[in-house]
Design a protein. Structure first.
Length: 255
């Protein structure tokens, strides 16, 4: 007699294993930073999440806002390590969220999301300014080096003694294989402050585009909508005319 219990057991094990794979990937890549090997996997998981909520403006804008906040947290760690590798990721996600907000159909939702993102980006710019000042203050230019020249008095000539050196046997040097190492190159503080300033300028440009949304008047009704309203008015007046129309005939009002 066939028993379905073993099949269900294997099926449940398969489902648990299938659902465990993305969970393990999320946990493994949660704290990865730009430049690390697992960071592309982290970004791919974020793109999958965005595709799932695609089409819902409120859910997508909130999720993208969290990703922008995550990019800033990553940059805070990298800038403390004198690395600017994640600044492009921050501005890229901020621009993507801005484009989603500008394409929103509901005017109230668009204005609310634009105002929220503007406040969020202004906060980031202030913190980047603090980080830039900290980097500038920690930089100490190298002190100029002074060279001293000493003059010695000529010494008395010495008699040269001829010595014959006996050749000694020296074993050939042994070559040892040294694995190639890639040292981490730290950019100079001037370059770090320059890239932070460039990022601040890009963020300010995004904020200006969002402010236009808040100051934009409500969009006028489209031409097809106006034509539809006019047609409805004409239809209403035509229907009223039919109701009040009284045909003339020879039997009407004989007296």
């Amino acid at each position: 007699m066939f028993s379905a219990k073993p099949v269900l057991n294997y099926l449940s094990i398969f489902v648990i294993g299938f659902l465990t794979i993305p969970s393990v990937a999320i946990l493994a890549t949660w704290n990865t930073l730009p430049g690390q090997k697992l960071y592309p996997i982290k970004r791919n998981l974020e793109n999958i999440a965005l595709k799932i909520v695609g089409g819902n403006f409120k859910a997508e804008s909130q999720l993208r806002s969290k990703f922008v906040d995550r990019r800033f947290s990553e940059n805070s760690i990298l800038l403390a390590q004198s690395s600017t590798e994640g600044l492009d990721e921050l501005t890229g996600d901020a621009r993507s969220l801005k484009d989603v907000i500008l394409s929103a159909e509901n005017n109230e939702e668009r204005q609310e999301a634009a105002k929220k993102l503007s406040v969020q980006l202004e906060n980031y710019n202030n913190k980047l300014e603090q980080q830039k000042q900290t980097t500038s203050q920690s930089y100490q230019p190298p002190s100029p080096t002074t060279t001293t020249q000493t003059v010695t008095a000529p010494s008395q000539p010495k008699t040269q003694e001829t010595t014959i050196e006996q050749p000694t046997y020296q074993p050939p040097p042994q070559e040892t294989a040294v694995p190639p190492s890639t040292p981490k190159i730290t950019p100079p503080p001037e370059k770090i402050t320059q890239e932070i300033t460039q990022t601040q300028q890009e963020i300010e440009q995004i904020i200006k585009e969002l402010e236009k949304v808040n100051s934009r008047p409500p969009s006028p009704p489209s031409a097809p909508f106006i034509q539809q309203q006019q047609q409805e008015k004409e239809d209403d007046s035509h229907d009223k005319g039919k109701d009040t129309y009284k045909p003339k005939s020879k039997f009407w009002n004989k007296n």
